[in-house]
Ligand binder design. Structure first.
Ligand SMILES: Cc1cc2nc3c(=O)[nH]c(=O)nc-3n(C[C@H](O)[C@H](O)[C@H](O)COP(=O)(O)OP(=O)(O)OC[C@H]3O[C@@H](n4cnc5c(N)ncnc54)[C@H](O)[C@@H]3O)c2cc1C
Length: 472
């Protein structure tokens, strides 16, 4: 591959003069506007090897693009090369073995669609156009996690192109240190060209959907939800969404954009058992609208896609909660509806179940013991000013901080979350272990355009040495 490529060379290389360049450089978050020197559109592992080697030879900054949904915009860089996996979206299901190979640029909608054709599913994100790559490598939380674990708990193996352009397979038996780090450590260790996931029987019809209540009922709904979630079976995944009623099909028009709290559920089991599990929730108070019903899992998973469109502007703040104390509920009710835009919202994921039963050091994902993962999403439209929305998210996160369980989900970090916040996301012990794996597979930190793990360096080693001497 060279900058003077012919059309036959692989991967296709887009330069700023290429007709598709402007479309290809855009990512989901329209607030990010970066101009790479080139974009390598990869179609397979050989293309990725060529792109990594080319970048290393020419000392180019590397950004890796999976689904392009990282809110901090790590999938795009200025001046360097974007290794673009968006042409690598194939999913191969082995129905008998209940596994699927998924290419590194696939979206969760691709996975749900293909696996559901066989009545199977695995834990993925709650929006269909989010990428498998970034979401999985950060851990992967979603509706099925309490029953089946995180996305990384279902990862059986990965094919990885490392910083020197080698192709390696990571699993429990092959490069187990790399396999451990990939399961939570983000895109720090190489380009994953394929993920191999375990699948589980599901649906195709499941009891799923949202119930909305008026914003004024928020504190009451959350106090009810505290007990409801605490007693929920593992099959019941739920996310609380605070904001406005989105203008989606099936929702009466007079409710559109009305401030509201919703509990969105998905029961990973028989519909009848699901109906029983959500009965008390649906009877609570006076819902504005109740859309919890037997639904196609595939359609349910795509149900929120139009509430977070490509090209809108986004900023977010993440935190965790050990539980829903009365004080935390007051903070949430006070801040959730103070955003300026009706598109801004908060999503609160109920953790626990199978997630919490995996040993904390089995994978690099931190935060298995938290009760809720919260992300406060500031959203504004092109042409609008984002300062007020951004300030709302920051104020809200600051107010929640005293109630936090500590730490943050690494996939909910934004661009102003610096290296200390990355360390906080993992905790010292996991971070040090990740740094050692990083030193082995990417000692030059070629993959640093991400939530970066610094490879262990001589300087850090010396600090550790001093620490040990002080301890002695
Ligand atoms: C609308 C929306 C909904 C979301 N919902 C959820 C959710 O339900 N659960 C959840 O856990 N998270 C969720 N997230 C957060 C999500 O996990 C992160 O934004 C994640 O970074 C998205 O991955 P991506 O591949 O789309 O992003 P990208 O921006 O393409 O990738 C982010 C980074 O991941 C790395 N990366 C991506 N693919 C690869 C690969 N194949 N190999 C190596 N490195 C790679 C790169 O470092 C890249 O810069 C959501 C985000 C959005 C925007």
């Amino acid at each position: 591959m060279s900058a003077t490529q012919t059309p036959q060379t692989r991967p296709e290389l887009l330069l700023p003069t290429s007709p598709d360049y402007d479309t290809a450089r855009r990512i989901w978050n329209g607030a990010i506007d970066r101009r790479p020197a080139c974009i390598a559109r990869c179609l397979g592992v050989a293309d990725v090897v060529a792109a990594v080697r080319f970048a290393r030879e020419h000392d180019l900054e590397i950004a890796v693009r999976g689904g392009g949904h990282n809110v901090a915009g790590t999938a795009a860089c200025d001046d360097g090369i974007v290794i673009d996996l968006s042409g690598m979206r194939a999913v191969w299901v082995d129905p008998a073995g209940r596994t699927a190979w998924v290419q590194g640029g696939a979206l969760w909608g691709d996975v749900d669609h293909e696996t559901q054709a066989h009545g199977l599913a695995t834990t993925g994100g709650i929006v269909g156009h989010t990428g498998v790559g970034g979401l999985t490598l950060g851990g992967g939380i979603g509706f099925l996690m309490r029953k089946h674990g995180l996305a990384v708990d279902n990862l059986l193996a990965a094919e990885v192109v490392t910083a020197d352009g080698s192709i390696v397979r990571a699993s429990a038996d092959e490069h187990p240190d790399l396999f451990w780090a990939l399961r939570g450590g983000g895109g720090n260790f190489g380009v994953v060209t394929a993920f191999w996931f375990a699948l589980h029987p599901l649906g195709p019809t499941v009891m799923a959907g949202p119930v909305f209540w008026a914003a004024d009922d928020t504190a009451d709904v959350l106090r009810f939800y505290r007990a409801f979630a605490a007693e929920a079976p593992d099959e019941l995944g739920s996310v609380v969404r605070l904001g406005t009623v989105p203008p989606l099909p099936g929702i009466p028009e007079d409710l559109h954009w009305r401030p509201a709290v919703a509990v969105i559920c998905c029961y990973a089991g028989a519909v009848e058992a699901g109906e029983r599990a959500v009965r008390a929730l649906r009877r609570f108070g006076t819902p504005l609208v109740d859309l919890l019903a037997p639904s196609s899992y595939d359609a349910f998973q795509g149900g929120m896609d139009d509430t977070v469109l490509h090209g809108w502007r986004y900023y977010w703040k993440g935190t965790t909660l050990p539980g829903l104390s009365d004080d935390a509920i007051s903070v949430i009710a006070d801040h959730a509806y103070a955003a300026g835009s009706p598109r801004s919202y908060v999503a609160m994921f109920h953790m626990g179940g199978a997630v919490a039963r995996v040993a904390p050091d089995a994978t690099a994902f931190a935060g298995r013991d938290v009760a809720h993962n919260i992300v406060i999403d500031a959203v504004w439209l092109p042409g609008e000013r984002g300062a007020a929305e951004t300030a709302w998210a920051q104020r809200f996160a600051h107010a929640l901080q005293p109630h936090s369980a500590g730490g943050v989900y690494v996939n909910f970090l934004d661009s102003d979350d610096d290296s200390s916040r990355v360390r906080e996301a993992y905790g010292d012990e996991t971070y040090r272990r990740l740094a050692a794996v990083k030193a082995k597979y990417d000692p030059d930190n070629a993959f640093h355009h991400n939530k970066n793990i610094q490879p262990v360096t001589l300087r850090v080693d010396a600090e550790l040495f001093v620490d040990r001497r002080e301890l002695a």
